[in-house]
Design a protein around this ligand. Structure first.
Ligand SMILES: [Zn+2]
Length: 338
């Protein structure tokens, strides 16, 4: 992976990446403290890829972009790459402000509505059952129960969203972007590839510094999310080249994307090996797998992602036929059988 030699965009500023492709960087109130958004110049309008989350800083940043570098041209399309709060959270207000039409994939639209439509008490119950299944102690379960409004806190009411399908083509003034829909970091994640200019807008599926979080899907906790992500990584290695300019959702544009994909494959195989070794001594819960993979994890946000990631790796070992899951008193345990 080689970082592209580009200045980071400051607040209210766009960095040009190709004749009609621009990069903006918005602040996030998390440990991962920023998100990259991309804009396509359509000639007489803009297409925006991702929006930031719902907060005052995002609203102010969009107002400054609209009044400044967007040059008075209307935003016609908003593409939400996936349902995560930092990508879709501000889609509603931005669509309202600009009159833009919002697009995403069918699965991401479903997932966003599913999360948004949970009343806080229902979400608290869901998290209680998930954390119980993970085998967490009472204290950790109580912490999960105590923060049931996270999605709505960071996501404005969802606008009408039009479905994009795998293989659809998005045109920008000077480019044609093929829509890819893959499962892994989320289950219907959109990325865009302009083959003729060799630019791949990977969003959160290929990040240069951190490994994209791959978590079990709260809608179907047993579902194998890692398998399709490993398939994606193997596939994308053969689609893009070392020269392809990769545009990620966090950190900075880079090249040598296939090497980065191969590194992420190795990373996940190491984690699977760690769990295989740990399970040699007996069945393990997701909470125990979390300890094996991450050691001590601090803060409810980190525990949430680490548990999701641990469970995704356990589910993959079940899908491979190496582990089997049993459930006693609501607690899932994973046992090595081969
Ligand atoms: Zn994401």
């Amino acid at each position: 992976m080689t970082r592209a030699e580009l200045e980071l965009p400051h607040h209210g500023q766009l960095v040009q990446l190709a004749s009609d492709v621009y990069w903006a960087r918005f602040d996030l109130p998390f440990r991962l403290n920023h998100i990259n958004l991309y804009l396509f110049d359509q000639g007489d309008s803009w297409t925006v890829i991702d929006t930031g989350l719902k907060d005052d800083a995002t609203a102010a940043h969009w107002d400054d972009l609209l009044a400044g570098p967007l040059n008075g041209k209307p935003v016609e399309r908003i593409i939400a790459s996936h349902h995560h709060v930092d990508h879709i959270g501000y889609a509603g207000p931005l669509a309202e402000k600009t009159g833009a039409t919002v697009f995403s994939s069918a699965d991401e639209i479903d997932h966003a509505h599913w999360l948004y439509n949970h009343e806080p008490e229902d979400f608290a119950k869901l998290m209680e059952s998930v954390y119980t299944a993970h085998g967490f102690d009472e204290e950790t379960i109580a912490i999960a129960r105590a923060d049931p409004g996270r999605y709505r806190r960071h996501v404005a009411p969802l606008p009408d969203i039009i479905t994009l399908d795998d293989g659809d083509v998005i045109t920008s003034r000077d480019g044609e972007w093929q829509v890819r829909i893959d499962a892994g970091h989320s289950s219907g994640h959109i990325s865009l590839y302009d083959r003729s200019r060799d630019i791949y807008l990977a969003v959160d599926f290929l990040l240069p510094r951190i490994s994209p979080n791959v978590s079990a899907d709260l809608r179907k906790l047993d579902h194998d999310q890692l398998g399709p992500y490993l398939d994606y990584l193997a596939d994308i290695e053969g689609v893009i080249t070392a020269e392809t300019l990769v545009l990620p959702g966090h950190d900075w544009p880079f090249t040598d994307g296939p090497a980065r994909a191969a590194e992420l494959v190795r990373h996940h195989h190491q984690r699977l090996d760690q769990l295989r070794a740990a399970a040699a001594t007996g069945p393990m819960t997701t909470a125990a797998a979390l300890d094996v993979l991450f050691g001590r994890v601090f803060g409810p946000h980190e525990v949430y992602f680490a548990a999701g990631e641990a469970r995704a790796h356990l589910n993959h070992l079940v899908a491979l036929g190496e582990f089997v899951k049993t459930t006693t008193d609501g607690v899932d345990r994973f046992e090595r059988i081969s």
